[in-house]
Design a protein around this ligand. Structure first.
Ligand SMILES: Nc1nc2c([nH]c(=O)n2[C@@H]2O[C@H](COP(=O)(O)OP(=O)(O)OP(=O)(O)O)[C@@H](O)[C@H]2O)c(=O)[nH]1
Ligand SMILES: [Mg+2]
Length: 132
């Protein structure tokens, strides 16, 4: 199976709150919470994909981000490579441009939301990190 390369943004408000979004019911891993992001296009740099996806989904401009962790995960129907970045500077106010519910949550609260299976190590990395 082809591996789908995904740019994923852990967006931090600078005050310990992280932005999560709910995936629509009808898509892959639908109904679960996620960190915003999406597929890297052929020939596209991951950071460019991150900025593009965050703009498309949330209408905010990423100004600074750093790589956090890369997760390769095989779902029964899909293989993904999640390229996860911490976004620590952005402009604008996030809005769910695709109708997706958004929520700012503390690191501790992340455990109360259902995420796709691949996200477990991301959440551990976020909790372990001081900023983001
Ligand atoms: N954005 C995002 N995708 C995730 C996460 N965890 C995870 O397994 N994925 C998987 O990564 C894949 C690609 O993400 P996506 O559906 O957001 O891609 P996209 O925005 O380009 O969507 P599109 O295909 O509708 O244009 C999906 O199969 C999704 O299930 C996560 O935390 N955030
Ligand atoms: Mg997406």
């Amino acid at each position: 199976m082809d591996v789908v390369h995904v740019a994923v943004a852990v967006i931090d408000d600078g005050d310990g709150q992280i932005l999560i979004a709910r995936r629509p019911d009808h898509v892959h891993q639908g109904g679960l919470w996620e960190f915003p992001g999406g597929k890297v296009e052929p020939g596209e740099a991951v950071f460019d994909a991150l900025k593009r996806e965050v703009w498309e989904e949330l209408a905010i401009r990423v100004e600074a981000a750093e790589p956090l962790i890369e997760i390769r995960h095989d779902y029964p129907d899909k293989c993904v490579l999640l390229d996860v970045w911490c976004v620590n500077r952005f402009t604008g106010v996030p809005s769910g441009n695709e109708g997706q519910p958004l929520c700012w949550v503390s690191k501790k609260q992340l455990a109360n939301y259902a995420f796709p299976e691949a996200n477990q190590p991301i959440i551990e990395a976020v909790v372990a990190k001081i900023s983001c």
